[in-house]
Design a binder for this molecule. Structure first.
Ligand SMILES: [Fe+2]
Length: 304
């Protein structure tokens, strides 16, 4: 079912997310797929990262040499692991993961080119809460980030901790406030918006925690080509609460290829809603109104 093009390192496959799940990602900014990479591949990954397994790249990229690949392997960005056949098959092109990427990034998704290796000798205190460098707050979803944990990563081993819904704008948070843990058995893949607020969680257990981080890329303009649900209704979809719904709905519109058309009246108007309403929010999809301000520069959060 996966159509992989080795020449440009893109793939296509059927989408696996439906309308509501795409809205969930726009609103929450993350998805967690626990324990989906086969154990044998997790073991190979750990051996490879520990230097206990020889490199066997399927090909040497044009313009590079075997020495280049060795230098890359020895760095904190060991991207040459992407050239191992078993890693490509079971991790990058993991059957469950690719359907999600295809849903969020359209056809011909480009595979990652850069791996970031976060190896931590535990125990360790928690990292400070942060948005990663070079993040963009905006309705566009041109790439999606993945965290791969090749060993069992219970909360005691300090999995990444993140705060759902914080990919929309700069979000201060005190160290003592917790988040949601990406814990799981070996082979857990955390998928999230690169702008989301996160940190390495505090660890109390002993041992090495490995994590690889990398991005999948859009190559086609967005359109609503994931799984359609006949019962799905944009008018009543759950885009989130105050200071959140307008951003998630704008992102959803962008993914549908209608980003420029998004407007809202604000206040209790669509896309905000409450479970206690006696009818849908007024002001559905107005032709005139306000756009969300993604820059964070306007105190009301609206651009004219
Ligand atoms: Fe980070």
């Amino acid at each position: 079912m996966i159509d992989y093009n080795a020449e440009d390192r893109t793939f296509d496959c059927p989408p696996s997310l439906n309308d509501e799940q795409v809205v969930d990602f726009c609103r929450d900014g993350y998805l967690l797929l626990r324990g989906i990479v086969p154990d044998e591949t997790n073991r190979r990954t750990l051996d490879w990262l520990n230097g206990e397994r020889p490199a066997e790249p399927v090909a040497i990229p044009p313009g590079m040499t075997a020495d280049d690949l060795q230098r890359i392997r020895d760095s904190h960005e060991p991207s040459s692991i992407f050239l191992e056949e078993w890693f490509l098959r079971d991790v990058l092109l993991n059957e469950q993961l690719v359907g999600v990427m295809r849903s969020l990034l359209g056809r011909s998704v480009q595979l990652p080119v850069l791996a970031s290796h976060h190896g931590t000798q535990c125990p360790q205190p928690a990292q400070g809460w942060h948005h990663d460098a070079d993040r963009v707050f905006g309705p566009e979803l041109n790439f999606v980030e993945v965290f791969y944990f090749p060993q069992d990563t219970p909360i005691e081993l300090g999995p990444t901790e993140l705060v759902p819904g914080t990919h929309m704008r700069h979000t201060p948070r005190r160290a003592e406030e917790g988040g949601l843990f990406s814990d799981g058995p070996a082979g857990t893949l955390g998928i999230h918006h690169q702008s989301i607020l996160h940190r390495r969680g505090a660890s109390t257990a002993s041992g090495m925690r490995h994590m690889l981080k990398y991005n999948y890329w859009r190559t086609k303009p967005p359109q609503r080509d994931w799984i359609h649900q006949c019962e799905f209704d944009e008018r009543t979809a759950h885009f989130g609460g105050h200071e959140q719904a307008r951003y998630a709905a704008h992102m959803y519109y962008w993914l549908c290829g209608r980003g420029d058309a998004f407007r809202t009246h604000g206040g209790q108007a669509w896309p905000w809603r409450s479970a206690n309403q006696i009818g849908p929010s007024p002001g559905f999809a107005p032709s005139a109104g306000y756009r969300p301000d993604w820059s964070g520069s306007r105190p009301d959060g609206y651009a004219p």
